[in-house]
Design a protein around this ligand. Structure first.
Ligand code: TRP
Length: 333
């Protein structure tokens, strides 16, 4: 029997941090064991905001190299560039005809932009391009083109998935046929939310991230900056409310965690000790990723080969889907 399909898009927005790894990269890589995975770089989505050709190109390589370095196996997942699958834009045009403008008016990212403009007393349309406005339609096309069964995404993308489902259901209803597969979101759980240096969710917008491929020296320096309380070395400490321990848990097994908990509770463990212990475990786990990354990123030809081959296969699948769809709606015959 044919495997179910897992698909996700990765916007090229810079090098990943630890929160991206545990929240998105790792779970998506795990899905490749059970699903036919299709993971692509959403470069047309990035085009709405990145207008420097060098930057968008470099970020595409960075994001591809990052996922490969973390263990994404191109034999197990189709890895491609959105821009190299033109059927995506063909489908976008079709979906546009069925997407109510009112639905797009409700999209969070667009609404946030409107709110910001209003706050700054600007014209509501200031800085709003059609790419931003119709962002959810392009995303729906990415998903529906490949008959995706599941779409692993962060909480912030949930609304986009709901819109995708809305659009697909309305088309299926109009033609009275299951022309488009209704996808199911897999939303990364809050338990996978990684806390940042200041204890808030790790996020670029909070400037509290730990980049995944940081060299040991810099990594240690950053870990030393993790916010703790002002307890003295002697005082017993509570691991469950500690930012250092929250990160320690991500890089250790159960036995190691229990041992560390004991040390916290016994007193005599200073924050410097706890941070050094975290650094050692983290560095041990991240070293292979870092090494893979530095090898892969210098071999652009290798990355191009993977993306080009993936894109070719993706185009083959996509063109079959478009043929079927177009026949059914009476265009492009
Ligand atoms: N919008 C997603 C993000 O910003 C990226 C994305 C584009 C995507 N197309 C997709 C995710 C299709 C899932 C499925 O993270």
């Amino acid at each position: 029997m044919k495997n179910k399909i897992a698909l996700t898009g990765i916007k090229p927005t810079g090098l990943p941090h630890i929160g991206n790894y545990f929240g998105a990269i790792k779970p998506a890589i795990e899905l490749t064991q059970k699903y036919d995975a299709r993971y692509f770089i959403a470069d047309y989505h990035a085009l709405n905001s990145i207008r420097d050709p060098k930057k968008i190109k470099e970020m595409t390589y960075e994001v591809a190299a990052s996922w490969l370095a973390c263990g994404l196996d191109p034999q197990k997942a189709l890895v491609y560039r959105q821009s190299q699958v033109p059927q995506t834009f063909d489908l976008t045009s079709i979906l546009m005809a069925f997407t109510p403008k009112g639905l797009m008016n409700r999209a969070h990212a667009y609404k946030a932009k409107l709110a910001k403009n209003s706050e700054l007393n600007r014209d509501p349309d200031d800085g709003v391009n059609m790419g931003l406005f119709s962002y959810p339609v392009l995303m729906a096309a990415d998903i529906l083109l490949f008959d995706s069964d599941v779409v692993p995404v962060g909480q912030d993308q949930k609304q986009h998935l709901e819109m995708t489902i809305d659009i697909a259901q309305s088309i299926n209803h109009i033609y009275n046929k299951e022309l488009l597969k209704i996808p199911e979101p897999i939303i990364h759980k809050t338990t996978q939310t990684v806390s940042g240096l200041d204890g808030r969710k790790m996020s670029k917008s909070y400037d509290n991230t730990i980049p995944l491929f940081l060299k040991p020296k810099k990594l240690k320096k950053l870990i030393m900056k993790i916010v703790t309380n002002s307890q003295t070395i002697e005082e017993p400490k509570d691991p469950d409310t500690c930012n250092v321990f929250a990160l320690y848990k991500l890089f250790t097994n159960h036995a190691e965690q229990e041992e560390m908990k004991k040390k916290y509770r016994a007193g005599g463990l200073g924050w410097g000790h706890a941070k050094t212990a975290l650094f050692e475990k983290m560095n041990e786990k991240l070293a292979p990723f870092r090494e893979n990354y530095s090898k892969i990123i210098t071999d652009k030809e290798y990355i191009d080969k993977i993306l080009d081959e993936g894109s070719k296969k993706a185009r083959e699948i996509a063109s079959k889907k478009m043929k079927m769809l177009k026949q059914n709606i009476g265009v492009g015959f």
